[in-house]
Design a protein around this ligand. Structure first.
Ligand SMILES: [Zn+2]
Ligand SMILES: [Zn+2]
Length: 353
């Protein structure tokens, strides 16, 4: 099968013929119809996240936002069958550890991040293997296309979990979203659907216009204002109730925390770059004095996708609106390159493999 293989960090991926995966006894093979290209792929391509034990090695196939049809299942798989139309959450769980048993497999003790480790080769390929398929695969509702749902394996569900499960977003709350890439734009749309007033922050007007079209009531171009938290505070008359760093750099994380009103909740979704290496300094005294919460949020457990699907079926959520373009497998390297300068808008999705 064709696959885009990492040879060297920061260099174009190599389009190669590699062996197609065989299903493990509890695994399944999914024939790809769509796979988003994400900033997390960019991090993997750069060789980031060694501080998390996730530095990609040569030979790795990246790609962690797949949707497609199941073409093979292992002998021990019970609930998944050939032909099922599925999305694959990137944070694969083992299904058996105490956290998985409690419905928190997004933070499984043996989590397998798709496309980052040798045992979980990714989806920039014609087919992808999904371990523990009964536990990890999410069946898509009828009538939705794989391309429209490509963000569901990563950015869309990550934002949903962060806003709907981890933070307390209520009707009329001010929510500020710092960084309007795929996660940030998804968050704008979801927070709007949850009844919040959304303030979107980015450096690029094009992304802010997209944020407005997805429901942001106010936007801030951080290049145009010296003091982003001050601007959020002015717009919201005292600060946001919930704020998200959807990027993972020190500036956006600190701006997000400082944008909050007293008792506000900051959600950290973005993972950091080589500059921060997992460590960001925060205004801890102000956080104590104002009783600010700092919340980490990773992916979403597959058991909670029904909540998204109910909102998709009634038109309250439209994940396809965040999908910006479709590309071929050989275009992925260019897309990753353009992410270095934050030039992609929305979610680019591979639909030709
Ligand atoms: Zn992703
Ligand atoms: Zn587990």
């Amino acid at each position: 099968m064709r696959a885009a293989v990492l040879e060297e960090h920061g260099e174009p991926l190599s389009i190669e013929d590699v062996d197609a995966p065989e299903p493990a006894p509890t695994g399944a093979v999914v024939e790809l119809e769509a796979c988003g290209v994400c900033r997390s792929d960019w991090h993997g391509w750069q060789g980031d996240w060694g501080w998390l034990g996730l530095e990609t090695q040569p030979g790795q196939i990246l790609g962690h936002e797949p949707a497609g049809h199941v073409v093979a299942v292992g002998d021990e798989v019970e609930n998944v069958a050939e032909g099922d139309h599925v999305a694959v959450p990137f944070n694969l769980g083992d299904g058996t550890c105490p956290r998985c048993q409690r419905g928190r497999s997004n933070i499984c003790e043996n989590v397998m991040p798709l496309g980052f480790i040798e045992q979980a080769q990714g989806a920039f390929a014609e087919q992808v293997h999904v371990p523990v398929a009964d536990h990890n695969l999410v069946e898509l509702p009828d009538g939705v296309s794989s391309v429209d749902m490509a963000g569901l394996g990563c950015r869309f569900m990550t934002s949903f979990h962060a806003l709907a499960h981890r933070a307390d977003v209520g009707a009329g709350d001010w929510v500020s979203i710092h960084g309007c890439g795929g996660v940030g734009l998804s968050a704008v749309h979801i927070a709007d659907a949850l009844g919040a007033n959304v303030v979107a922050v980015d450096l690029k007007d094009e992304k802010l216009e997209k944020a407005e079209s997805l429901g942001a009531v106010e936007t801030i171009n951080a290049d145009d204002v010296g003091d982003v938290p001050g601007e959020v505070s002015a717009i919201t008359d005292g600060g946001a109730h919930v704020s998200m760093d959807a990027l993972g750099i020190a500036t956006t994380s600190q701006n997000s925390v400082s944008s909050l009103d007293a008792r506000g909740q900051h959600i950290q979704v973005g993972l950091t770059t080589q500059d921060e290496q997992g460590m960001i300094s925060l205004p801890s005294d102000a956080m104590v004095m104002q009783e600010i919460e700092f919340i980490g949020s990773l992916g979403m457990p597959p058991t909670r996708y029904d909540e998204i699907f109910r909102m998709v079926s009634t038109g309250k959520l439209e994940p396809e609106k965040v999908v910006s373009e479709t590309i071929g497998l050989e275009d992925v390297s260019d897309k990753l390159e353009s992410m270095t300068d934050f030039e992609t808008v929305g979610i680019p999705v591979i639909d030709e493999f």
